[in-house]
Design a protein around this ligand. Structure first.
Ligand code: GDP
Ligand code: MG
Length: 177
C-alpha cells in the first residue's frame, strides 16, 4: 500500500471480478442499495459505488468497482485494477465453468495489481440449491490453497452479502492501521 492510499482518509478501492452473469452487479446492488434485479443486463462503461462502512467506530469508505460487462470480451483493462487494495472474485455455484475460470481471474488480478490485494473468493447464488454444481468444500479448498478468504453468498436472498464486503474492508483496515 502506498503512502497516498493511507492518506486518502480510508478510501479503499475494491474490484469485482469473475465471469459474466455470476452476479457481480447484483452483489453490489444488494450491498449498496439493497436492490436486486431478476433480469439484469450489463451496462456500458466502468462504474463504481462508494459505500460507508463502520469498522469499530471508525468510518471507512469502500469504492467498489463493477466491470459493467466488459469481462465478456476478456477485456477488463488495467485501469480497472489500478490502485485496488481489495478484490472479490466471484463464481456461480450453479455453473462449474465459472469456477474453472477462477485461476485465470487470479492471474489477471495479480498481473495488474499489488500481490497484497486482499482477496475473497465468492461462490454466489447459494439460493440455487437444486442446481448446485460446485460443492462448498471445493470452494473452500481452493480458497485455502490460494490464501483467499471464502464465502458463499446470495444476492437474491441477501445471505452473506454484507459479510463478504465487510470481511475485505476489515482486513484492509487491519493491514493499514
Ligand atoms: P454479472 O454479469 O456478474 O454482473 O451478473 P448480474 O449481477 O448481472 O447477474 C446475472 C444474472 O444472475 C441476473 O439475471 C441476476 O438476476 C442473477 N443473479 C445474480 N445474483 C443471483 C443470486 O444470488 N441468486 C440467483 N438465483 N440469481 C442471481
Ligand atoms: Mg455486471
Amino acid at each position: 500500500f502506498t503512502e497516498e492510499q493511507q492518506n486518502e482518509d480510508y478510501l479503499f478501492k475494491i474490484v469485482l471480478i469473475g465471469d459474466s452473469s455470476v452476479g457481480k452487479s447484483n452483489l453490489l446492488a444488494r450491498f449498496a442499495k439493497n436492490e436486486f434485479y431478476p433480469n439484469s443486463k450489463s451496462t456500458i462503461g466502468v462504474e463504481f459505488q462508494t459505500q460507508k462502512i463502520d469498522i469499530g467506530g471508525k468510518e471507512v469508505k469502500a469504492q467498489i468497482w463493477d466491470t459493467a460487462g466488459q469481462e465478456r470480451f476478456r477485456a477488463v483493462t488495467s485501469a480497472y485494477y489500478r490502485g485496488a487494495v481489495g478484490a472479490l472474485i466471484v463464481y456461480d455455484i450453479s455453473r462449474r465453468q465459472t469456477f474453472d475460470s477462477i485461476g485465470r481471474w487470479l492471474n489477471e488480478l495479480h498481473s495488474h495489481s499489488d500481490m497484497n490485494v486482499v482477496t475473497i473468493l465468492i461462490g454466489n447464488k447459494s439460493d440455487l440449491k437444486d442446481a448446485r454444481e460446485v460443492p462448498t468444500t471445493e470452494g473452500k479448498a481452493l480458497a485455502e490453497s490460494q490464501n483467499l478468504f471464502f464465502m458463499e453468498t446470495s444476492a437474491l436472498d441477501s445471505t452473506n452479502v454484507s459479510a463478504a464486503f465487510q470481511t475485505v474492508v476489515k482486513e484492509i483496515y487491519n493491514i493499514l492501521s
